[in-house]
Design a protein around this ligand. Structure first.
Ligand code: A2P
Length: 345
């Protein structure tokens, strides 16, 4: 099949990873268009040994495009996704703009690939922390239903984009030189510090990032009953998020069973060396496709509880890799067809 691809947000942190993954996974594309803001027009990026120009996204950008991988933020997706669909493209959108829209499948290929079949032009890529948790929890939930999840996240700077990663480095340098650290991408210094995720708070005191974990997991698992409470925290790690997850099952699941399930689960690597006290770390998860899971132990406070710990590359499985896997799924199953019943997004 002949797939003409556009990356919207090609110059960003996720955009760079999308380019790398399309090349390294040998995605069957015949043409690649790189789109970003007018600020980047005229730049070039490397793909398969060629320099490709970056274009400012515009009205005609999607005319000869079958698939758009969008990672340029919610407002850019809202502005351009429906235009791309009107022009015959299917959009895999990494932003939060359409995730909870009932007409938009929210897909993790290891968890709910079939949901992608029902797309009407737009498929949403879930939030990064949600993807990492769902990949690790789904194999257990399928065998023994989970009733409640309590999760705390340790989220890297990469989730806030390329400029935020640069800012973390600049902050560290400034602090070491006893200067005032720059705070443009982040509200507070992140270097040598941490703070609760700074997305908007709701009336119950949860921030948007936390509610994404609740609502998106319910949609992906197709389980509106599952109870989830999250505390999301930004930590001074450049790339790769970690999560401490407490699971409460309907019936007890043994540690041995959980380990066996996770050792054989797609997209997961069981990483634990109890003697060496070695478990998943962001530094080891960086650049890896798999979510690293370990420290699986019985919850001392509950007979049907398990504790697990994970680290996963936020830019890879948390964003770009999941989007490319969705694109591969669409091609393999012949689901990459333009919307027949047009939706008003
Ligand atoms: P640009 O580099 O031209 O600003 P990150 O999440 O790493 O900050 O990346 C955001 C990506 O989204 C970049 O590629 C950025 O392009 C792109 N982007 C941001 N705003 C717009 C916009 N209004 N139109 C098109 N692309 C945008």
């Amino acid at each position: 099949s002949q797939v003409r691809v556009a990356i919207l947000g090609a110059t960003g942190a996720v955009g760079a990873e999308l380019l790398e993954l399309l090349e390294s996974r040998n995605f069957p594309l015949t043409h690649l268009k790189l789109l970003a803001s007018p600020r980047s027009a005229g730049r070039t990026l490397q793909f398969r040994g060629e320099s490709l120009p970056v274009e400012a996204v515009g009205e005609d950008s999607f005319k000869e495009v079958d698939l758009v991988l969008a990672s340029a933020g919610g407002s850019t997706s809202k502005a351009w996704a429906s235009k791309a669909v009107e022009q015959g493209a299917v959009v895999v959108d990494n932003s939060s703009a359409f995730r909870m829209n009932p007409d938009v499948p929210l897909v993790i290929p290891e968890v709910n690939p079939e949901a992608a079949a029902k797309h009407k032009g737009i498929i949403a890529n879930p939030n990064c922390t949600t993807i990492l948790m769902a990949v690790a929890v789904w194999p257990l939930h399928q065998v023994q239903p989970i009733q409640r999840i309590v999760v705390a996240t340790y989220q890297s700077a990469s989730g806030a984009g390329r400029r935020a990663m640069e800012e973390l480095k600049a902050q560290a340098q400034a602090i070491l030189q006893e200067q005032t650290p720059p705070t443009e991408s982040f509200p507070y210094p992140l270097a040598f510090n941490l703070f609760p995720h700074n997305s908007p708070l709701n009336d119950q005191g949860y921030c948007e990032e936390e509610m994404k974990m609740v609502n998106e997991t319910r949609k992906i698992f197709n389980d509106p009953q599952i109870r989830i409470s999250a505390t999301c925290v930004r930590v001074p790690v450049l790339r790769a998020h970690s999560e401490a997850i407490n699971l409460e099952f309907a019936q007890p699941m043994s540690v041995a069973t959980a380990k066996e399930l996770l050792a054989n689960a797609p997209g997961v690597r069981l990483v634990e060396d109890w003697q060496a006290n070695y478990f998943p770390m962001p530094i080891d998860a960086t650049g890896k496709d798999d979510v690293l899971v370990g420290r699986i132990r019985q919850d001392l406070s509950h007979p049907s509880g398990l504790e697990i710990w994970l680290s996963g590359d936020q830019i890879r499985k948390g964003a770009a890799l999941n989007a490319v896997q969705i694109a591969e799924l669409l091609v393999e199953r012949n689901w990459l067809k333009p919307a027949t019943a047009m939706m008003a997004y």
